[in-house]
Design a protein around this ligand. Sequence first.
Ligand SMILES: Nc1ncnc2c1ncn2[C@@H]1O[C@H](COP(=O)(O)OP(=O)(O)OP(=O)(O)O)[C@@H](O)[C@H]1O
Ligand SMILES: [Zn+2]
Length: 726
Amino acid sequence: MTIVRVALPVPLPQVFDYAAADATEADVGRCVKVPFGRGDRNGLIVALGNTADVEPARIKTVHHIQREVPALPADWLALVDFVARYYHAPLGEVVALALPPGLRRADGVSDADEDPLLEIGEAGRRALADARRPSKALMLLQALAAEPGPWRRSVIRAMAGGEAVGDVLRRGWLTAIQDEGRVAALASGAQPELTAEQARAIEAIVGGGAGFRPWLLHGVTGSGKTEVYLRLAAHALAQGQQVLMLVPEIALTPQLEQRVAQRFAAANVVSLHSALADGARSRGFVQALTGRADIVLGTRLAVFAPLPRLGLILVDEEHDASYKQQEGVRYSARDVAVWRARQRGVPIVLGSATPSLETWYHARSERYALQTLSQRAVAATLPAVHCIDTRRLKLDEGLSPGLQAAIGQRLERGEQSLVFLNRRGYAPVLSCPSCGWVSRCPHCSANLVVHLADRRLRCHHCGCDGSIPHACPSCGNQDIQPFGRGTQRIEARLAERFPQARVLRVDRDAARTRAQWEKLLDTIAAGEADILVGTQMMAKGHDFPRLTLVGVIGADASLHAADFRAPERLFQQLMQVGGRAGRGTLPGTVLIQTEYPGHPLYQHLGRHDFDAFARMALQERRSAGFPPFTHQAMLRADAPALDDAVEFLRHARRLAEALAPEGLRLYDPVPMRMTRLARRERAQLLVEADQRGLLQAFLLSWIEMLYRQRTARELRWQIDVDPLEV
Ligand SMILES: Nc1ncnc2c1ncn2[C@@H]1O[C@H](COP(=O)(O)OP(=O)(O)OP(=O)(O)O)[C@@H](O)[C@H]1O
Ligand SMILES: [Zn+2]
């Protein structure tokens, strides 16, 4: 009898043994269906077991081993094992996160290529020579003939007149290339001439060799980091290697996908993100696994794509908080990517205009090699940044006269403006001036936000919503007021103030689906919007040459936030959003409305001096003993009653005291800042040490103990290693 060890997606730290008569070493890394409890579960075989360890009478037999898909390789198993150990999460849960659901369920997965590589065939050449009756299909064929091929079908479809590709294929004018190996995946799209700084960075990184080396590419906004990534990718592809490219948000993938596909028309570019349908995600994953994907482009979960020919990892906007998963397995895809680059012995490039302080510190201390792009690629300068002192100004729905005048000028010149406010909805709260009632969420310690667009009161934390009452629910007063401002309110005021302008709101409510989001971006790019009102969705990565003014409102609130990372986040956000201005040939301006124009953060921002800001912020962190000078883990507990959560943490702290090595710091359990979320009360306990190893060793034995504690059924706890929010 052969025993297989199976990782199952259950919140238990161990793997489970099953009997499988015909299993061999070749089945390690394969998905299985097994009986578990009263039902069945899908899991992954992570090792073969030893019959001596199990009682033969108690062992159950696997139902099915999925053998149509190649087994996941040893390096992939080592990767998920590392994530499970470092983040102290059950291995089965890490596997469940890393594998597409369809693959785990052992659905039939085909890696058949749905996006064939096409070239002009014999029939096509004849059609071109005859060229009698002009048709859409013929025009498309002629356009293709003018370019060097071959092309992916998806790339042809995206071209002007690309709708006719089906017709061209039916006529047999294009034929699929069977042996893709003979086509070097070389850059075929037009490439701009590199700037001197870009050329230097590429030369240095390529010259750094094929082995493990972490790079920070610190390039100001609009400096052309994407071009650097594309050239590095081209180099890796030319060596027959695969490239993994991570982006922080799905919202950023459409444009990048397009750029990558245009540049590498012959390469097999696979997207991986959570918004993909099951089938597409499984197919992309299997293409990566079988080595048929050349470039894997995706959000954080793409870091788990198996890549047998991996040669390069690129992490765009490496500072972005969305690389850290905030629920379940709380991993940081950026940090996992660095580990993976080391494991596989390949270079990794972390790019940003505003690196995280952790990464910047590594670059300063020469653990990471640094390449800097200090100039913009197209624009002559960075935008001019000015503060508008609002202390003595009368604001019109939050908008200063100076900002309004500047928007007016842009309108006259036919340029675009962006008003940035990181708060969606119409107003953050509805309140009654006569009795003091405010719209509280019944389930969270948060207010319900007024959404006038669809006349709802909505909680941005738990999602619950209701209609807007006509009178105060507490005293009956008819005159209840929305208090404060969100994007909808600014949009409404701007539309009133500039009736001739096309005002467009860009936030998560306006872009619920990917299709809506792409449509918004197209509208902006086509110049069919004059004034944009946007949240942080607009802050990142976008490149709209006619956008010359960025107005920032409501930023001061973050200056005094309690979180020690708040200033870093604010500086990054403002530098990023300001960086959307003046990226083409037209000069840009950033206007920040503030009551603290002398604040050092705004001063550094005005000078585009990231280094000075980072030095200051790191100095503060060093003296306060915050990361990167210390390493943290947070134990969080939640329950219907706060006392239960706190009591569990007190108990956990007592257990920890007995274990804690010298140098480990245990803090007192405290309620979380937003204590109540979706009817659960939450508390946390911070653990800290100056050495990562010390903290990790302690966590290992502590968490083992915690798993053994009997807790109330209603209580849940989780550990967050390297937490972003403390
Ligand atoms: N060498 C070059 N020659 C001409 N144009 C270039 C060159 N490199 C980049 N560009 C153009 O410069 C613009 C800015 O480039 P890109 O969007 O890559 O900047 P970025 O560094 O990623 O900026 P951000 O951090 O703000 O997203 C783009 O329109 C890009 O096409
Ligand atoms: Zn709520």
